[in-house]
Design a protein around this ligand. Structure first.
Ligand code: SAM
Length: 199
C-alpha cells in the first residue's frame, strides 16, 4: 500500500494545493491520501473525482498528522528539497515497498524537524525548492517506474477517450444504460478538471 500524507493546511490559501496533492496521489498510483481535518472541501473534491473517474482510492481527514507518521507500520518517506537525491535512494525505497507499506509525507509550510528524524528516508526531487505536487508526481513515477500510467480504474461512471485534439468523455457501463450515449460535450470534461474555485 502507498499512502500519501499532506502535512499542514492553511485554509483558503492551501485549498487547491491540498486538492491537487490528493488528485495527483490518486492519478499516479497511490492507494489513499490523508489530509488535514481543515481540508474537508478538498476531501469532497477528491471523492467526487474518484466517483466519476474510478478508483479504488480513499481520502481521509486527520487532526493528528504527526500521530499518523508515528503510528505508521511501514517505511516513511519525507519529500524535502534538503533530502538525499531521489535517484540515489529510489531502488532502496522500491525494495522496501516490495516488503511492506509506504507513507509518503509532503509538507505545506515549514515541516517540523521531528518529521526529518522519524522519516526512514528524506528524499529530494532535485535539491531546489518547488512544490509538493511536483515532488509527489516525480516520486510516484520513479517508485512505480512508469507502470502507474497504464493503470485500470474500477467503478468509474465516466472515462476520457484520448484524442489528439478535442475533448471526449464517455459514460462507462457502470454508469448504466440510461445515459449510454457518447458524450462529446466539453462540460463533462471541464466539470471534471479541478478549477480555480474548487477546494
Ligand atoms: N520551506 C518549507 C520547508 O522548509 O519545510 C517547504 C515548503 S514547500 C513549498 C512545500 C513542500 O513541497 C515541502 O514540504 C516538500 O514536501 C515539497 N518540496 C518542495 N521542494 C521539493 C524538492 N525539491 N524535493 C522534494 N519535495 C519538495
Amino acid at each position: 500500500e502507498v499512502v500519501v500524507l499532506r502535512l499542514g493546511h492553511r485554509p483558503g490559501r492551501d485549498n487547491r494545493m491540498t486538492t491537487h496533492v490528493g488528485l495527483t496521489a490518486r492519478a499516479l498510483g497511490a492507494d489513499r491520501v490523508i489530509i488535514s481535518g481543515a481540508a474537508s472541501g478538498s476531501k469532497g473534491t477528491i471523492e467526487d473525482i474518484t466517483d466519476r473517474f474510478g478508483g479504488p482510492f480513499d481520502a481521509e481527514l486527520t487532526e493528528e498528522p504527526r500521530g499518523v507518521i508515528r503510528g505508521f507500520e511501514g517505511t516513511v518517506v519525507h519529500l524535502t528539497m534538503y533530502g538525499l537525491p531521489i535517484q540515489a535512494v529510489e531502488s532502496e525505497v522500491r525494495s522496501d515497498h516490495e516488503e511492506g507499506s509506504l507513507l509518503v509525507v509532503v509538507g505545506a509550510e515549514k515541516v517540523p524537524f521531528d518529521v526529518y528524524e522519524r522519516a526512514d528516508y528524506n528524499v529530494g526531487v532535485t535539491n531546489q525548492p518547488h512544490s509538493e505536487v511536483a515532488g509527489l508526481a516525480v516520486f510516484l513515477d520513479r517508485l512505480f517506474e512508469g507502470r502507474e500510467l497504464e493503470r485500470e480504474w474500477d467503478d468509474a461512471t465516466h472515462r476520457v477517450i484520448p484524442k489528439a485534439i478535442g475533448k471526449q468523455v464517455e459514460p462507462t457501463e457502470a454508469a448504466g444504460s440510461a445515459d449510454d450515449a457518447t458524450l462529446t460535450d466539453t462540460d463533462a470534461v471541464d466539470g471534471a478538471e479541478p478549477s480555480d474555485d474548487t477546494h
